[in-house]
Design a protein around this ligand. Sequence first.
Ligand code: SAM
Length: 369
Amino acid sequence: MSAVEEDVGPSRERSLAPFFTLARRTRYALHQGSRVALYTLHSEAVRRMNRELQKDLPEIPKVVPDGPVPSQRRMLADIVKLFAADLTAVEDGLYPMPSDGTMTPGELLATSRAFFRDAPEVTRRRATGAHQEVNEGTSGFTAALPRYYRQNFHFQTDGWLSEGSARLYDFQVDVLFSGATAAMRRRALVPFAKILRRKDQRKVAYADLACGTGGLLRPALAAFPRLTGTGIDLSEPYLNVARDRLKSRRARFVTAMAEQLPFADNSLDVVSCVFLFHELPPKIRRQVFGEVARVLKPGGSFLFVDSLQTGDVPDYDGLLSVFPQLFHEPYYTSYLTEDFSRMAASNGLEERWWTSAFVSRVAEYVKSD
Ligand SMILES: C[S@@+](CC[C@H](N)C(=O)[O-])C[C@H]1O[C@@H](n2cnc3c(N)ncnc32)[C@H](O)[C@@H]1O
């Protein structure tokens, strides 16, 4: 074959590259754009529904933001920025094109209907301050759970304690975050992909703490095809849903407390944790951080995704300040000023970097060698 013939393939590919790029970006924009539209419509519909329901309920005490509140436009701009970073990571080959929201139309419709059926209950709890319903008639596995955990977090039906709650959870969170939740979680896959470049995935010991229904474990195992991972959570029903959604032999699930991890000292290469720390009382928060430090190998990484804190993006401070009242987040206010960098240092971890991603703070902590 002549040199000219040899060149035909790659040069044709090169000339078509702009079209592939355009097609990929269009696909991404359509996919994420339709998700934002879907969840924004749900959010608007539920807001209108609440206005009607509220007429028959005690008036909710007015919550006054302690700081600036971003406009809708600003938040949308930050979501677009998040999606742009997500797409860049895909184009840099760090993880594959995401497949968020792969529910069938039938499943989507059923979940949407369940969401609207449940919404008046959430509104009633918010208006009456009812956040201890999970403790009425507590029995079986729930009775043994820690007291701080047995609450109707976010005023949600059954708190963390039923499969019904687990099946609605991701949809509810996406209504709150306009469909951007999965993209926020994926920020943890960027440092994860870089760590794995230096390692044999098959030999990496990995756990996701408070994995819930598998919101990070699923994309992590999809992105890194030889990785195995253990999802830890205190909620059996949430783990059952995670098992159901992530039918992979590379995933293992263990019901356990993040403050008493079922791992030996210095045994894990990577630990991740998404949206747990703001749900914990300060004392438990510190214990969990201590446990992460204990189980990580020297040089191992802790990948952290959670809410923004006060001052991270000052334009959001007022919004963060009203969140605990509106969504029953009993430990969130103390979370807002928790010094994680110091907490890390006192446990032998170093905060390597942190960054904001829409309403999330993403950070990496590395255990000293
Ligand atoms: C806000 S959800 C986050 C779930 C998941 N990481 C995600 O990204 O969607 C909080 C999760 O933390 C779990 N959880 C709360 N306290 C816990 C604890 N002390 N130990 C283990 N899991 C806990 C709950 O059961 C729930 O699944």
